[in-house]
Write a protein that binds this ligand. Structure first.
Ligand code: NAD
Length: 487
């Protein structure tokens, strides 16, 4: 069985105890990873603390290290992608593609200019606002997209000047540990510590006195606990939590086209994406066409072990989540829903579930009210647009939402009234580094992506110089140029 080590202070570290990692496509244990002790966590925090000062003051070095990380990820994309598939279940192309995207993220953040903003420049004073890294960052991540979620945090944290202690989910620790093993040859000791363990380890991280910030991605229930724990020490928190994204189809949309474009944003990664479409609202008169088109797609998808060629959807990642999705679908059917496609687990090994389209379902059923995070999509009907908007908004979730229409003005009017951090028109699940990714309501606290991540991992600092001391500004200097040179 493959063994993996944690990375603490640049060194490989094993633990007295281990955790077993299951391949969700087979149900077999395929790897063992260390179960980090409290003392080892403390060593990693101390190491990150020691590394912080040299690291934060040398942007040139950070940029070179981030480029080296990008090259190393690309050079090992095949191996890392395979491990992602083996522990998470995603098709191999998605596993490898995720690593390649992570490499690009390192380069993007390496070159990101953090603006130095001048708010006063006159005879009295020169007043500038700069960003200062918060210090050691504790990064606690979920199982649905392990490398993507990890690098989406550590790349901006490195750019900001933070050092990191990173903990992947106990369901998917392998690819993150392996990434740590590869990167520890390139990253100064202590800058990136990777520890593995159960939920208790996450709690120890949030309670530890060293980290000044916590970057948490995971469920709302855990996010609330993290926030409470962080409050005791006034740590900065970035919480990226669950979603229950509604897609509202307007009556002027083409049903076949909508079904075609909406299917993958609902089912990619077997629905295990925070911003997946998780409920669809269609006009009553369009229900049959949209449902039939979505069901035909659901029935045509190749489900299987992600390592096999041609597989489009893998298993659900873990047993508890498999049982949850199975239970939500069964409960909906008991309450009168109809599975027009799927509806059942797939016989055999592994945690496979048929891609499922449910009709005859409404609010009050758990698969509509809660985040299913699996390959089962409820289709609800509505009579008026205000009613659809109210129902889409009547939730504590507020991550994403989409409107589907052939009329851009109508679509924009609806989009403006949706309570979600990201609203898409005629698409869903597209992100850009230049826009904040935010959860409204219980879907999160703070924003990430691009400069928004930098703001999360830095504090603003006002530098006020009386005019006599002010440095003469070079009129030709680009914004942020002085920042680039050293910090
Ligand atoms: P989870 O909350 O169960 O676990 C997330 C991480 O928190 C794991 O590493 C876990 O070990 C750790 N943890 C558990 N208890 C803890 C505690 N008390 N203190 C500190 N850490 C603790 O979530 P999950 O099941 O791994 O992930 C699925 C959830 O993540 C879904 O709700 C999904 O929507 C959400 N998610 C959100 C985003 C986003 O960007 N908004 C992205 C991906 C996933």
């Amino acid at each position: 069985m493959s063994q993996y080590t944690m990375t603490i202070d640049g060194q490989p570290v094993s633990s007295p105890g281990t955790l077993k990692v299951v391949n969700p496509a087979t149900g077999d244990v395929f790897a063992e990873v260390p179960d980090c002790t409290r003392e080892q966590l403390d060593m990693s925090m101390q190491s990150a603390q020691r590394a912080f000062h040299g690291w934060k003051d040398d942007y040139g070095k950070r940029r070179a290290v981030m480029y080296a990380c990008a090259d190393a990820l690309e050079g090992n994309a095949e191996e890392l992608g395979r491990l992602a598939t083996m522990e998470q279940g995603m098709p191999l192309a998605a596993g490898i593609g995720g690593v390649v995207r992570a490499a690009r993220d390192f380069r993007y953040y390496a070159d990101l200019v953090i603006p130095r903003v001048t708010v006063q420049d006159d005879d009295d004073a020169l007043v500038e606002i700069v960003r200062r890294p918060i210090g050691v960052l504790a990064a606690i991540k979920p199982w649905n997209v392990p490398i993507g979620m990890a690098v989406n945090t550590i790349a901006p944290a490195f750019r900001a000047g933070c050092t990191v202690v990173l903990k992947p989910s106990p369901f998917t620790p392998v690819v993150t540990l392996r990434m740590g093993e590869i990167l520890r040859e390139l990253v100064p000791a202590g800058v990136l510590n990777v520890v593995s363990g159960g939920n208790e380890l996450g709690q120890w991280m949030t309670e530890h006195p060293i980290p000044r910030g916590i970057s948490f991605t995971g469920s709302i229930a855990t996010g609330k606990k993290v926030n409470v724990s962080a409050a005791a020490d006034l740590k900065r928190v970035l919480l990226e939590l669950g979603g229950n994204d509604a897609a509202i189809v307007l009556d002027d949309a083409d049903p076949a086209d909508v079904a075609d474009k909406l299917f993958w944003p609902a089912f990619r990664n077997s629905g295990q994406i925070c911003m997946a479409v998780k409920r669809v609202y269609v006009p009553e008169q369009m229900e049959r066409q949209v449902v039939q088109a979505l069901a035909a797609k659901a029935r045509s998808v190749k489900v299987g072990n992600g390592l096999e060629p041609g597989v489009e959807l893998g298993p659900i990642n873990n047993k508890p989540q498999f049982e949850r999705v199975k239970g939500l679908v069964a409960e909906a059917i008991e309450q009168g829903a109809v599975a027009v496609a799927g509806g059942h687990p797939i016989e055999g090994d592994g945690y496979f579930f048929e891609p499922t389209i449910l009709t005859g379902v409404a609010e009050g059923t758990r698969i509509v009210d809660e985040e299913q995070f699996g390959p089962a999509l409820p289709i609800l009907t509505y009579r008026t647009i205000p009613e659809a908007i109210d129902r889409a908004n009547a939730t504590n979730y507020g991550l994403g939402a989409s409107v589907w229409s052939s009329d851009p003005l109508r679509a924009a009017e609806v989009a403006e009234r949706l309570e979600a951090g990201t609203v898409w028109i005629n698409t869903h699940m597209q992100l850009t580094h230049d826009a904040p990714f935010t959860g409204m309501k219980w879907s999160g606290l703070g924003s990430e992506m691009g400069l928004w991540s930098i703001y999360a991992y830095t504090d603003p600092q006002t530098v006020y110089r009386t005019r006599a001391q002010a440095i003469k500004k070079n009129p030709g200097e680009a914004p942020g140029a002085s920042q680039r040179s050293r910090f």
